[in-house]
Design a protein around this ligand. Structure first.
Ligand code: NAD
Length: 473
């Protein structure tokens, strides 16, 4: 876990934020305690023979809530992972699922490992062994606990996990739903890889549809031309920066990585930079921006939007006062500590919090899980039907007006939605509705003046309802 010195741990920080929300709700003490507590934490230690020697690996899986099943949450591979971090992330998953109406409980896992030290084959061996441990202890199955990618894991690891589960339970026809974020040809869904970054884009777009909120963040107008600093050019950061700059006219003026940052006030071409990183293994030799070694300081650069998309505890009580962004969008989980959150709010900086901002990943994971258990690709039944209706409509239009419709318009009217279109539309709808709900909570409660408290109040209300309606068993 990334440490913020003299501040509460990540898990305690999340709980303090939840306490703050619960204090404005007047929630029954027993229900509040039930919602906050982590249901189960598994720690495993297992040996794997690597290059002729036995190495022992440590991993965790925490199930924060089971009021809805399966419990859902990523698995990260990192050399700094620990149980406190896993519990914090599992709790965040509970609130995240509730905020975007994904009917899952919250879970999270981690393996203490530096993936760069192992070959592909070794990673496969370690992942399959870790999966076996999780399955044997009841922490991985399509109906109870479903992992997804996070830091250091991706489609490859998810495919190995699904395959390991399939070998153990060949009779389970839903085996492929035991993890999400799989490659498309192994039961994955179109649009999952970029889902979290796409969700960040949709969240920011929805924020900018509300001029009062934009004004509240000391900005005006649309996203076009706004400046943005992004931390972390991994899965989430790369996609968010790419979509915002290529589709919405946002100027990415700095990209911060673990070993430094690139700065260019005229804007950085994210796709070009990404290609460069693929070829050269890092950002430092990228020729079209200035490289500075102390990347962490660049978080303090003046900009409209700051998107931390790397790790937790990046904005702490030490640097919060120096932050100059007008809007911070928490694409990463927990990038702002509890103490820093307080400082930033007092400075008038608006924060779109993690439990909402990065919920695009779990939303599309939910779509993937549905696709897996229904055994059919989205759009398969209706696409051609929609195309026929579109073609019929243009024919009627031409007949009624006596004028011919251009081929371009014909194509756009008669094109049936494919899986990617449907996933994007479902994600956009989810992010828009969730933001409107959060906003409504804030508007209707005079004790709430920030989006984070509004997010927690909205999601806790939903979870509490489920406890009160169903009871405690
Ligand atoms: P990733 O491993 O793909 O990318 C992380 C990036 O951050 C890498 O480019 C890495 O080099 C960089 N980085 C590491 N340490 C850094 C530092 N000290 N300063 C600056 N950059 C640093 O991980 P990801 O999947 O993009 O996840 C990023 C964050 O988003 C995490 O907090 C994760 O929990 C959260 N998240 C991810 C998903 C998902 O679908 N992948 C979903 C929800 C939330």
């Amino acid at each position: 876990m990334t440490k913020a010195f003299n501040e509460p741990s990540f898990r305690d920080g999340v709980n303090l934020m939840v306490d703050r929300a619960m204090s404005v709700m007047g929630l029954d003490e027993g229900v509040a305690k039930a919602i906050k507590s982590c249901n189960a934490v598994l720690q495993v230690q297992f040996p794997v023979k690597i290059r002729g020697k036995i190495e022992v690996f440590t991993g965790w899986r925490a199930t924060h809530s089971t009021h809805r099943l399966p419990s859902k949450g990523g698995i990260r591979y990192a050399p700094y992972a620990d149980q406190n971090e896993v519990e914090a992330l599992a709790a965040l998953m509970t609130y995240k699922c509730a905020i975007v109406d994904v009917p899952f409980g919250g879970s999270k896992g981690a393996l203490l490992i530096d993936p760069s030290q192992y070959s592909r084959d070794e990673m496969e061996l370690i992942t399959r062994r870790f999966t076996l441990e999780l399955i044997r202890k009841g922490f991985l199955s399509p109906s109870t606990n479903v992992p997804a990618p996070d830091i250091g894991t991706g489609q490859r690891e998810m495919a190995w996990m699904a395959d390991t589960y399939k070998h153990l339970f060949p009779e389970d026809i839903n085996y492929v739903a035991c993890v999400t974020g799989k490659p498309v040809h192994h039961g994955g869904i179109q649009g999952r890889v970029e889902a979290t970054g796409r969700g960040v884009q949709f969240a920011i777009k929805e924020f900018f549809r509300h001029s009062d909120d934009v004004k509240g963040a000391h900005m005006e107008g649309t996203l076009d031309g706004k400046t943005c600093v992004i931390q972390g050019l991994g899965n989430v950061g790369y996609h968010a920066a790419k979509f915002l700059s290529e589709e919405d006219g946002v100027k990415i003026t700095a990209v911060i990585e673990y070993n430094g940052a690139l700065i260019n006030d005229d804007g950085i071409d994210i796709e070009q930079l990404h290609q460069h990183v693929e070829e050269h293994g890092g950002i430092e030799s990228y020729p079209c921006a200035k490289f500075v070694e102390n990347g962490h300081d660049v978080l303090e650069k003046k900009c409209d939007i700051l998107i931390p998309a790397a790790l937790e505890s990046q904005i702490t009580m030490e640097n919060a006062d120096q932050i100059k962004a007008k809007l911070i969008v928490e694409a990463a989980n927990g990038p702002i500590t509890f103490g820093a959150d307080d400082i930033l709010r007092k400075k008038g900086i608006v924060i779109i919090p993690d439990a909402y901002a990065n919920a695009g990943g779990v939303t599309v994971s939910y779509f993937e899980w549905i696709r897996n258990i229904s055994h059919i690709r989205f759009g398969r039944m209706q696409r051609r039907h929609d195309e026929m209706r579109g073609a019929e409509m243009t024919r009627v239009l031409e007949e009624a007006t006596g004028r011919s419709v251009s081929d371009k318009m014909k194509n756009s009217i008669s094109r049936g939605a494919d899986e990617l279109d449907l996933v994007r539309s479902g994600l956009d709808d989810t992010m828009r509705l969730a933001y409107q709900e959060i906003r409504e909570t804030r508007e209707n409660n005079e004790n709430i003046d920030d989006l984070r408290t509004a997010v927690y109040v909205t999601s806790i209300e939903k979870i509490a309802r489920s406890y009160l309606e169903v009871g405690v068993f």
